[in-house]
Design a protein. Structure first.
Length: 115
């Protein structure tokens, strides 16, 4: 639960934990019991965060709105980078293709499934 700030008209500001769904509702003052409105007195401590954590938050925010694949060239490749069948791989593929078109990797782990 997030920590919200409230301002009691007689006692002054106080903090209280509350549900996000009830964030706009007034809260009773712990000292006098008066219904107090929610206020924003302090700025969020985004700049005081560790740089790595700030980058992680920015990445999560971007990924919620932007697709991971955004260029026409990257959308054209159905497989990941370095895939031998798309021409991006180096050298010869280790896959052995059967007459029916199925692929096997005899030198690799037998339980692996090819794309």
């Amino acid at each position: 639960m997030p920590l919200y700030e409230y301002d009691c008209p007689s006692c002054g500001p106080f903090d209280a934990l509350g549900k996000v769904a009830a964030s706009a509702e007034p809260r009773d003052c712990p000292r006098c019991g008066t219904a107090s409105p929610r206020v924003i007195l302090t700025m969020p401590a985004v700049l005081a965060m560790d740089a790595g954590l700030r980058r992680a938050h920015a990445t999560n925010e971007r990924s919620a709105h932007a697709p991971a694949v955004s260029t026409a060239e990257s959308r054209a490749h159905k497989h990941g980078p370095g895939c031998a069948c798309c021409g991006g791989g180096k050298g010869k593929s280790r896959a052995v293709t059967a007459a029916d078109g199925s692929k096997t990797f005899p030198a690799d782990r037998p339980w692996m499934i090819s794309h």
